[in-house]
Design a protein around this ligand. Structure first.
Ligand SMILES: NC(=O)c1ccc[n+]([C@@H]2O[C@H](COP(=O)([O-])OP(=O)(O)OC[C@H]3O[C@@H](n4cnc5c(N)ncnc54)[C@H](O)[C@@H]3O)[C@@H](O)[C@H]2O)c1
Length: 346
């Protein structure tokens, strides 16, 4: 049985503990947090509360350390844990920038201990549903993938609004959405354009719009909004033979695709309230079919998937699936996005 020690026992670490409650390959032994209130909560739920991070790292029973602090200290804590002989699972974003990640990667190599990142959204059902549908060829070759998460309540207060602590929506949500698409599409990203907005919090991006182009020409458009009162679909994908839409967090959606390649044109111009059109006039209903998309019930979407893989790697049963090398590529895209924003062009 593996034993987990947690550094940074805030909201997300609490979620890990909840998800791991019935998990059979690991037990959560204890935590270290700077905040005494979090120590009380941990003690009340039966966890050991270590007086210092050194004390946690010196506990020989602990072989895996979760780092779930704010982002600005991920690097130093990851390096200390690896050097203390622990395997590490680090919350996303792995670090503040690629230089910090390269420092961790050097220590990962030097110690031979495993280091993975909680990019847990790779198993989210909406993403898996979109990916499967595209990979099954249901809309033909995809050429645009639009991925959006949108809220209207602004950003949560606290560290997410502070740049030096790794705040902002690019590092918070962008890292997930970019990771999903780079995981799905194993191609070089040849171009990145990004516009960020600071609607409520001047220090950080609370909204952004990113376009990244893969080597094949496939374009991904990623948008994160916190001031959006009318939402777009969560996913909107254009393929050469059809269009996919997943509407919302409940994974409801549809595919509309062409079943009549002949594409017989009406001769007449269509007159609408918004003026006449021929090109944009609706097609004959017999030339398309609609498929309903619903929640994929076979998908296991849990943090335990990430722990399973880390433990398999430790036990020599499988390679790591979420690696620092992948995280580095995602980090580089985010850095290009920040540079684009600073220069007001790319
Ligand atoms: N994977 C996901 O879906 C997901 C979701 C939410 C948050 N996160 C990530 O989890 C991490 C924590 O986010 P959160 O929402 O739980 O924040 P939080 O503010 O609720 O918790 C952070 C905790 O870290 C503690 N802390 C800060 N610096 C510390 C240090 N040097 N040593 C010990 N403890 C320290 C704080 O006291 C706090 O209790 C962030 O990296 C965040 O991006 C990931």
């Amino acid at each position: 049985m593996h034993k987990l020690g947690i550094i940074g026992y805030g909201g997300m670490a609490g979620y890990h503990v909840k998800e791991l409650r019935k998990y059979e390959r690991l037990t959560v032994k204890g935590i270290y947090d700077l905040n005494p209130e979090r120590e009380v909560i941990a003690a009340e739920s039966g966890l050991v509360v270590y007086p210092s991070k050194e004390a946690l790292l010196e506990d020989h029973e602990i072989d895996i350390v979760l780092i779930a602090t704010t982002n600005e200290v991920h690097k130093e804590l990851a390096i200390e844990a690896l050097r203390a002989g622990k395997h590490v699972i680090c919350e996303k974003p792995v670090t503040m920038n690629s230089e910090e990640l390269l420092e961790i990667m050097a220590v990962e190599k030097e110690t031979g201990n495993f280091f993975t990142i909680n990019q847990n959204r790779r198993t989210n059902k909406d993403f898996v549903l979109m990916r499967r549908s595209v990979e099954q060829g249901l809309i033909g070759e995809p050429y645009v993938i639009e991925s959006r998460v949108e809220g209207s309540r602004g950003m949560p207060k606290g560290w997410r609004t502070i740049k030096s602590l790794g705040g902002g929506m690019m590092l918070d949500w962008g890292v997930h959405l970019i990771d999903q698409l780079m995981y799905m599409i194993p191609e070089k990203v040849v171009d990145v354009y990004c516009k960020m907005y600071s609607i409520e919090y001047p220090e950080v991006d609370d909204n952004f719009r990113l376009v990244m182009t893969f080597e094949s020409g496939l374009t991904a458009q990623i948008e994160v909004s916190t001031n959006n009162y009318i939402t777009h679909p969560r996913w909107y994908v254009l393929g050469k033979d059809g269009t996919l839409q997943i509407d919302n967090w409940d994974c409801n959606g549809k595919i509309v695709r062409c079943i009549d390649k002949e594409n017989v044109w009406e001769d007449e111009i269509v007159y609408t309230k918004a003026g006449p059109t021929k090109t944009m006039a609706p097609r004959r209903s017999e030339s398309i079919e609609e498929l309903t998309l619903t929640e994929p019930m076979d998908v296991v979407d849990s943090i335990t998937v990430v722990y399973d893989n880390l433990i398999d790697a430790i036990e020599g049963k499988a390679p790591l699936t979420i690696t620092s090398a992948q995280a580095l590529e995602v980090m580089k895209v985010m850095e290009r996005a920040f540079r684009c924003q600073e220069l007001h062009r790319c």
